[in-house]
Ligand binder design. Structure first.
Ligand SMILES: Cc1cc2nc3c(=O)[nH]c(=O)nc-3n(C[C@H](O)[C@H](O)[C@H](O)COP(=O)(O)OP(=O)(O)OC[C@H]3O[C@@H](n4cnc5c(N)ncnc54)[C@H](O)[C@@H]3O)c2cc1C
Length: 228
């Protein structure tokens, strides 16, 4: 399907946020899913949808890896340009009627699908608690910290826990299991570097999290969970 670039901004020197509107046919997606994005002459790449479905606008957060691929070419996009998408794909989603406590654990760019899940949950009146743990090396890497701080002030059911390695907070998965959250009943979402996902799953299971309630699209993480 074709999509037109409606808006571009760079909240961090390496991260570009693009908003697209599909022009070829209406697209529906579930919070937490991803799409394959194609640019001319390059192999396509998957990117998580960072916007909730009710917005009707597809938002992607893309970190430039500087290796000549899609994430670098995205730096040349301008508003009004057209690109090609496939999807949506992925099963680390939530039903809009799901009222279980939500724990979202993100490393780095793993934040993108979590933003969609949180915005979707709050839009549908989730009773809470909804808790986001977002880990990064430095404060500057938490490029949407202000967004989630304001969201938490406006929504008492939502808590934002930044986990910054450089100030000694440790790893994001460890931070999540230290808190007295109701792990056995919670829906838990994991997204980020595969080693982070793989290290965190056993910690969650050891604390009583239910296998069927841990959601990730990380292939190695899904193997650990025994989910197809
Ligand atoms: C489910 C999922 C969700 C993801 N979500 C996000 C997200 O929200 N945000 C994010 O930043 N990342 C996300 N990623 C990572 C993302 O998919 C890419 O792996 C990342 O952006 C790097 O892609 P790249 O093409 O820029 O670089 P690389 O994968 O390193 O590709 C560079 C490669 O492009 C090829 N190439 C370069 N130039 C050419 C050319 N001229 N012709 C042909 N081939 C060429 C070469 O093979 C080169 O090695 C996600 C990954 C997965 C699996």
């Amino acid at each position: 399907m074709n999509a037109i670039v409606e808006d571009i901004h760079d909240p961090h020197p390496d991260i570009r946020v693009i908003r697209l509107r599909v022009t070829s046919a209406p697209v529906t997606w579930l919070a937490g899913q991803f799409m394959e994005l194609s640019l001319p002459g390059l192999p396509s790449r998957p990117y998580s949808i960072a916007s909730a479905p009710h917005t009707g606008v597809l938002e992607f957060h893309i970190r430039n890896t500087n290796r000549g691929g899609v994430s670098q070419q995205v730096r040349s996009l301008k508003t009004g340009d057209t690109l090609t998408l496939r999807g949506p794909f992925g099963t680390a989603t939530r039903g809009s009627a799901d009222q279980d406590p939500m724990i979202l654990i993100a490393g780095g760019m793993g934040l993108a699908p979590m933003k969609a899940l949180i915005d979707d949950a709050l839009y549908h009146g989730h009773p809470g608690p909804v808790t986001l743990y977002w880990g990064a090396r430095t404060q500057k890497d938490l490029y949407l910290a202000d967004y989630f701080t304001v969201l938490a002030q406006a929504n008492p059911v939502f808590t934002f826990v930044p986990v910054i390695e450089d100030r000694g907070d440790g790893l994001v998965g460890d931070a999540a299991i230290r808190d007295p959250v109701p792990l056995p009943g919670a829906s838990i979402y994991l997204s980020g570097p595969s080693p982070m996902v793989q290290a965190t799953i056993p910690l969650l299971l050891a604390q009583g999290a239910q296998t069927g309630k841990i959601h990730t699209d990380d292939a190695a993480g899904r193997l650990l969970l025994g989910t197809p």
